[in-house]
Design a binder for this molecule. Structure first.
Ligand code: PEP
Ligand code: MN
Length: 347
């Protein structure tokens, strides 16, 4: 829909926009109002170049799009009935909990194994463990490929699927060859379109799940959903959206908590939403409240950092990992909120 700056376009302006959209196989249908005339684009209005050319015309105020730019992730797409199952849980039917260490310590694998067992007992259905780490400080521990074996050993011992972050194409291949069940795309790479494409291509013929974090710098929600579309375009619709806080930070928290975007996402996309409260608030004492708020806002699950002995952990674990006791309590309360979300039965 083209909204002009004036009440209506001149015949010359109308001829110009008609010629622009015709190049993209579309037509213009004026909708004449009492005061103002607007101009519908009839046809597939998703071509970015067509929209850019129209927006560049001096007499065009703005373009309102009716069709969404994401074909597969749109909640009106045929994929809307698609269900993702992880660790025996069908997303949307029961609360999914992904929990475990921020960073696997390759020198002390037992912390990871003990944590994996503890988070399983707390009710998590997926174990997380960072093998490769995106660190702000280049001199901080960057992860170690050796940790991939520890991660997979944890999966064998617990019988649960595992999640780890991949930062480059080489990680994708290593993780898939090792049998990682959930590839995590981190906040720093959520706008790395060549990596998103590479992941989409690599998981196309598999049942691997991709957990896509929201970037610190994503603006409109459509930017987040379009990033997921890059992966889905290759054929694997097992994609979970993961809000994890954005920039600029809310003073005192690690990021600006964004668990409240879930209802907005669900209006646009069918994709399940699993919120990461750990990176959102960045301090263990704030994590449970953020986790519960996320479930109240309609999240399908939570991704929480936990450690049997946070002080002995590396990466984010000392500051933001929950102990198994607090994780157990948080999951119990989160499930109570989940149950409250069910519509109250009449009578
Ligand atoms: C993580 O999950 O440990 C992590 C680095 O997350 P994010 O990409 O959200 O910062
Ligand atoms: Mn972390």
């Amino acid at each position: 829909m083209i909204l002009p700056k004036t009440n209506r376009l001149t015949p010359e302006q109308l001829a110009e926009i008609t010629a622009v959209v015709a190049e993209f196989g579309c037509k213009i249908q004026p909708i004449i109002g009492a005061v103002r005339t607007i101009y519908a684009i009839v046809g597939d209005e998703r071509d970015e170049l067509m929209i850019n050319r129209l927006e560049g015309l001096s007499y065009v105020d703005r373009i309102d799009r009716i069709q969404s730019p994401f074909k597969l992730m749109d909640r009106r797409s045929d994929l809307a009935t698609h269900r993702i199952t992880l660790g025996g849980a069908v997303l949307g039917e029961e609360l999914l909990v992904i929990a475990g260490v921020c960073t696997i310590d390759p020198k002390n694998p037992n912390y990871f194994h003990e944590t994996a067992q503890a988070v399983k007992e707390a009710g998590a259905q997926v174990i997380r463990g960072g093998v490769w780490k995106p660190r702000t400080n280049p001199y901080s521990f960057q992860g170690d490929t050796k940790s991939l074996d520890i991660l997979m050993e944890g999966s064998r011992r617990t019988g649960l699927p595992v999640d780890t972050e991949v930062m480059e194409e080489a990680h994708v291949k290593l993780a898939l060859d090792a049998g990682v069940h959930v590839l995590q795309v981190g906040a720093r790479n959520a706008l790395n379109y060549s990596l998103l494409r590479a992941i989409g291509r690599a998981v196309a013929e598999r049942d691997t799940v991709v957990l896509l974090k929201r970037s610190l710098h994503m603006g409109p929600l459509s930017e987040f959903i379009s990033a997921a579309e890059y992966i889905a375009a290759f054929g694997n619709p097992n994609i979970i959206l993961c809000p994890r806080g954005t920039a600029p930070t809310l003073d005192g928290y690690r990021n600006h908590p964004d668990e409240s975007i879930t209802p907005l996402l669900k209006e646009k996309t069918w994709a399940p939403v699993v919120v990461d409260p750990s990176h959102s608030v960045g301090k263990a004492s704030y994590v449970p409240a953020c986790a519960l708020a996320a479930v109240a806002y309609g999240a399908d699950g939570l991704c929480i950092e936990a450690h049997v002995s946070p002080n002995q952990g590396i990466g984010d674990d000392p500051k933001q990992s929950l102990t198994p006791e607090v994780l157990t309590e948080t999951i119990t309360q989160a499930k109570q909120i989940w149950n409250l979300r069910r519509p109250v039965k009449a009578g």
